[in-house]
Design a protein around this ligand. Structure first.
Ligand code: GLN
Ligand code: ZN
Length: 755
């Protein structure tokens, strides 16, 4: 049985690519040196696959920044403002990904968006009426030659397909997807012709957009593209590859098209099994069966996979595959020497998943000695010892509906809160973090390297808190924050303090470009072993007569940005996290913190790809988890939440159902388009639409902010409006932040005088 993978992580075993590109950007490496480094990284990755026994090795999945951008560039989809810079091909590419600035010449980067339901972000290329699509993909062809030269012979070229390209790109100035069908067909035919000339046998076209809801119109678009592309005879075997879900809307159509193979995800797309059962799978194609989970960090259960494969009709020719690209998992467990063997033996990162594929293939083929793989895998699973916390489990079991309901109703408690908190009209606040300046990071680093004591570390942070409390008082903010100086990252920080999490040393996963994150792993029952944020909030609260807002990351975000255990239901894991945070909230309340913010920036991003699953497979547990965190507080305690986006017009009811008292969100970049939806929906939660964009170093003027606030209060009842920036300030400089806040406060004071 043949094995392959959809793609491999590109950043390198020790993030070599990150460091090389960042050095290149800082002009510490020249282009040749960067290319040489990239060559070494690719080589290492190809060899690792070859050594692990992978038969069909993907080529073209490497990227200096993002594969979507690579493919757009290979298809000549590059806007004039980047071309006009007159840069080298590589720098023109980076200018699209990162923006460009040289003296007065500045061009903004293309937008970045989350890639399906992952934490990877792709660069959103744009089609304009001037876009002239044509294949000029030297990048891919060179990479194939490079692989060949390195002795990699069994090559599968990979390229994002035209349908996904059109679904995910942006169309501006009146351009629309159907304008580009003819040119795209020609371009993909040219790609095939080039591959044929090079003697490449396989092309994997990635069409993950087929796992979204596919409308009639989408279906027609897909048909028009592929019926024409595939009409040209070619010796290249075209594999249509999907991932991140099932293809229920198009399956019957797919199996009739002359693809040589179809790649289905059997992990996130469980429904794909039913589709095969119901409609069969043709004998003229190979089924690229995504059975090895490409997105989690756990070992795969061989017996389950074998049983599933066994249920396929005998005549189906199967290629063993990962469920998605391995881009979404760290490189290798071998570099984790601080993890307990008890935990480590259950982990499979990219390298280990390659071996799993080979072992599975050996078992299926009945190769000599393969029984031991199965036996070892069974032993492993018989021996999982997730740390059990009986107290937590009992608490989860004992939960009743009441525990998810905050009383009294919103109207009653808002009246009580107004009395208790005595805030002015249009209260002002910030989202939580203040700039993480170099000294803040140095303090953390020194502490981590044991260069300073716990006392010194804490003292530094307390001084920072005291300073920022004074500053906020000076600025005239109404609800103050402690500044989050103690947090490296809003999830890792909580993970480190909660029981049940483990941490890797090298478990980096690409987030975008040269940026990688190291998600914590949820390994056991989650519990709060000690207060987490209480000391900092209480300290800050003691320094001022103003209100200080407590600050937590919510259960859904902690869950979504970690690698969760899979031996129990997601709902169970998230409920455990929620209970731990509930204790923290009640503890803050006990310590006189009257306003508590529970951030959920990741709530929206994990909505299922299909709308029909939103409420039955996600919001049905995500919303209750949030409610569980805060439902125990007194009516006078005010609960805030924060979300870093403005697109929730389609889940307004769910957001109201979180039953928070106040929500702050991003709005300024989205031109306040959400405001009308809030009005139409009769949104109940008080709102703080961010009145300026913290993602940009620009300092907005008082006038500009005033204009935005006026737009808001024209539509939303005054007593429901809060004034704040649109996210935390941790990435900004203090100078920018203070100047912007000063203008924000001047703006609201002018408005208050007016009403
Ligand atoms: N409270 C966090 C902060 O201000 C929120 C961060 C976020 O929304 N991503 O940094
Ligand atoms: Zn935010």
């Amino acid at each position: 049985m043949t094995t392959t993978i959809i793609g491999f992580p590109r950043i390198g075993e020790k993030r070599e690519l990150k460091f090389a590109t960042e050095h290149y950007w800082k002009k510490q490496l020249n282009q040749d040196e960067l290319l040489q480094k990239a060559h070494e990284i690719k080589l290492a990755h190809w060899q690792a696959q070859q050594e692990a026994g992978i038969d069909l090795i993907p080529v073209g999945d490497f990227s200096f920044f993002d594969n979507f951008l690579d493919v757009a560039n290979d298809l000549n989809i590059v806007s004039d403002r980047y071309r006009q810079l007159g840069l080298s091909k590589l720098d023109e590419y980076f200018s699209q990904a990162r923006g460009y600035q040289d003296g007065d010449q500045t061009v903004k980067a293309l937008p970045m968006k989350k890639w399906f339901n992952t934490n990877y972000h792709y660069i959103v290329s744009e089609f304009t009426p001037e876009t002239h699509v044509q294949f000029n993909g030297q990048r891919l062809l060179d990479e194939i030659r490079e692989a060949r030269a390195a002795g990699i012979n069994s090559i599968k070229a990979v390229f994002i397909g035209p349908y996904t390209l059109l679904k995910l790109a942006r169309f501006v100035d009146g351009a629309k997807p159907t304008d580009f069908i003819t040119d795209l067909v020609q371009a993909y035919q040219a790609l095939l012709a080039n591959l044929q000339e090079l003697g490449v046998d396989y092309l994997q076209v990635d069409e993950p957009a087929l796992t979204f809801d596919v409308s009639q119109q989408d279906q027609e678009l897909f048909d028009q593209l592929y019926d024409q592309i595939l009409a040209q005879p070619t010796t290249v075997k075209v594999i249509l590859q999907t991932y991140f879900g099932d293809v229920r809307d198009v399956y019957q159509d797919l199996i009739q098209k002359p693809f040589a193979g179809i790649g289905l995800d059997f992990v996130e797309g469980q429904e794909n099994w039913q589709l095969i059962e119901q409609y069969g799978f043709p004998t003229d194609k190979a089924l690229f069966a995504g059975v090895v989970n490409g997105k989690n960090v756990w070992r795969n259960h061989y017996q389950t996979i074998l049983q599933q494969l066994h249920q396929l009709p005998a005549e189906v020719s199967v290629v063993l595959n990962t469920s998605s690209s391995l881009l979404h998992v760290p490189y290798t467990v071998a570099n984790e020497n601080q993890l307990d063997q008890d935990v480590a033996q259950h982990l499979a990162f990219a390298i280990e998943k390659l071996h799993e594929l080979s072992e599975l293939a050996a078992i299926v083929a009945g190769r000599e000695g393969s029984e031991k793989y199965l036996a070892e895998n069974q032993r492993l699973f018989a021996d999982v010892k997730h740390p059990v916390n009986v107290v937590v489990q009992k608490r989860v079991e004992a939960l009743r509906d009441d525990d998810y309901t905050r009383l009294p109703d919103r109207k009653t408690r808002i009246a009580l809160q107004n009395e208790e908190l005595d805030l002015p009209l249009f209260p002002t606040t910030t989202i939580g973090s203040f700039p993480q300046t170099a000294d803040v990071r140095a303090n953390r680093r020194q502490f981590k390297h044991h260069e300073i004591s716990q006392e010194e570390y804490d003292q530094f942070n307390e001084d920072k808190i005291a300073r920022i409390i004074r500053k906020q008082e000076e600025l005239g903010l109404d609800v103050l924050v402690h500044g989050e100086y103690e947090r490296n990252d809003m999830v890792e920080y909580f993970g480190e303090k909660l029981g049940g999490f483990v941490f890797t040393q090298n478990g980096w996963v690409q987030s975008y470009g040269s940026r990688a994150v190291k998600p914590p792993i949820i390994w056991g029952d989650v519990s709060r072993t000690a207060p987490i944020t209480v000391a900092a909030s209480v300290y800050a609260n003691g320094l001022t007569d103003k209100l200080v807002k407590g600050m937590l990351t919510g259960p859904v975000t902690i869950f979504n940005w970690s690698f969760p255990r899979e031996d129990i239901e997601r709902k169970e894991v998230v409920t455990q996290i929620a209970l731990a945070l509930r204790d923290e909230v009640l503890d803050l309340e006990k310590h006189e913190i009257k306003i508590i913010q529970i951030d959920e920036p990741a709530l929206r991003e994990n909505l299922p790809l299909r709308k029909s699953d939103w409420f039955s497979q996600y919001l049905d547990w995500a919303v209750p988890a949030f409610r569980l965190v805060h439902s125990g507080v007194a009516p006078t305690t005010q609960i805030h939440t924060h979300m870093c986006y403005s697109e929730f017009s389609d889940i307004l009811q769910a957001i109201d159902d979180l039953d928070a008292d106040v929500i702050s969100f991003e709005a300024s970049r989205a031109d306040f388009t959400l405001i009308d939806d809030l009005v139409d929906h009769q949104f109940q939660t008080q709102v703080g639409p961010g009145v300026y964009d913290i993602h940009s170093p620009r300092v907005p003027s008082q006038n500009e902010i005033q204009g935005l606030i006026e737009q808001v209060i024209e539509k939303i009842p005054a007593e429901n409006v809060w004034i704040n920036p649109d996210c935390g300030l941790k990435t900004r400089s203090e100078e920018e932040s203070f100047a912007s806040l000063e203008n924000m406060i001047a703006a609201i004071q002018a408005i208050r005088e007016d009403v």
